[in-house]
Design a binder for this molecule. Structure first.
Ligand SMILES: NC(=O)c1ccc[n+]([C@@H]2O[C@H](COP(=O)([O-])OP(=O)(O)OC[C@H]3O[C@@H](n4cnc5c(N)ncnc54)[C@H](O)[C@@H]3O)[C@@H](O)[C@H]2O)c1
Length: 256
């Protein structure tokens, strides 16, 4: 498969680490130039991308800031002359029972997890129309079920599923495929970085008995092998299942 993305350009948000970094490297391994974006400019990821012999552009970006997203997407397309793929992957958690969740925490989770995907697609689509491109949004195994003390995160990730399915209908006939992955059981994990004492239940063993290292599915959904897949919300969790424990989850209020 290496080389099938030669001459293509991919943009990945939340690319400083975790799944976004892995996806950026997977795009690069297949030959794409990669634009990597994160709250903290992901220069290390860009350097690793370039080790694959392709070009990288590193951008500091808050995906919740509309004008910044527009400028970043335009800068990416200007730098490489085109945009073929986008992985809207940046995400943030908020951990508190609903009555204790502040309005700011709710708004931040919504504006990063759901608003960031809206803004990303809004400004990526005009470029992708020119290349018959593909978008993959990173949702969560919690996009389709409830989970303790993460109402803002879970609700926003549910929204990513609905947004993906709907926008896929809008743009399928115009040549853009738009899908989402429901990530789970991936290492290194946002949950490991952000929730510490709450990681055990979230990172419960998958039915494969191991964690995933990278959502190869993201890159595959952009490839010719997935040419007939549009509006899919694909579970990529190694068969992750909720924990057996009935112990309540520890709560650490706050939003990463
Ligand atoms: N790891 C898993 O098992 C798992 C499970 C379910 C969903 N996910 C989803 O996968 C995505 C990546 O998670 P991860 O596990 O790699 O976590 P991670 O914390 O390693 O990566 C998230 C990245 O998003 C960046 N980010 C946060 N807010 C941002 C903003 N406003 N603008 C730009 N970048 C921002 C962070 O800086 C970080 O680099 C997230 O959307 C997450 O919800 C992961």
């Amino acid at each position: 498969m290496n080389g099938d993305f030669d001459g293509k350009v991919a943009l990945v948000t939340g690319a400083a680490g975790g799944i976004g970094r892995s996806c950026a490297l997977a795009f690069a391994a297949r030959g794409a130039a990669v634009v990597v974006c994160d709250l903290v400019e992901p220069t290390d990821t860009a350097a690793e991308v370039e080790c694959h012999g392709v070009k990288a552009l590193s951008l500091q970006l808050d995906v919740a800031d509309g004008s910044a997203v527009r400028d970043a997407v335009d800068a990416a397309a200007r730098a490489f002359g085109r945009l073929d793929f986008a992985n809207n992957n940046a995400g943030a958690v908020a951990v508190a029972q609903l009555a204790d969740l502040t309005e700011d925490e709710w708004n931040r989770a919504a504006s990063v997890n759901l608003g960031g995907v809206f803004l990303g697609m809004k400004y990526q689509i005009p470029h992708l129309l020119e290349t018959d491109g593909a978008i993959v949004n990173t949702a969560s195994i919690w996009s389709e079920q409830g989970w303790a003390v993460e109402s803002a995160y879970v609700a926003s990730k549910h929204g990513v599923g609905g947004l993906t399915r709907t926008v896929a209908v809008d743009y399928g006939r115009q040549g853009i495929r738009i899908n989402a992955v429901l990530a789970g059981g991936i290492r290194p994990a946002m949950t490991a970085a952000a929730l510490t004492e709450a990681t055990a239940p979230i990172l419960s063993p998958t039915t494969l008995g191991r964690y995933g290292e990278a959502p190869e599915a993201v890159v595959w959904l952009c490839s010719a092998g997935a040419a007939h897949i549009n509006g899919a919300v694909l579970l990529v969790g190694g068969g992750t299942s909720p924990p057996d424990s009935e112990e309540p989850r520890p709560v650490r209020p706050g939003l990463s």
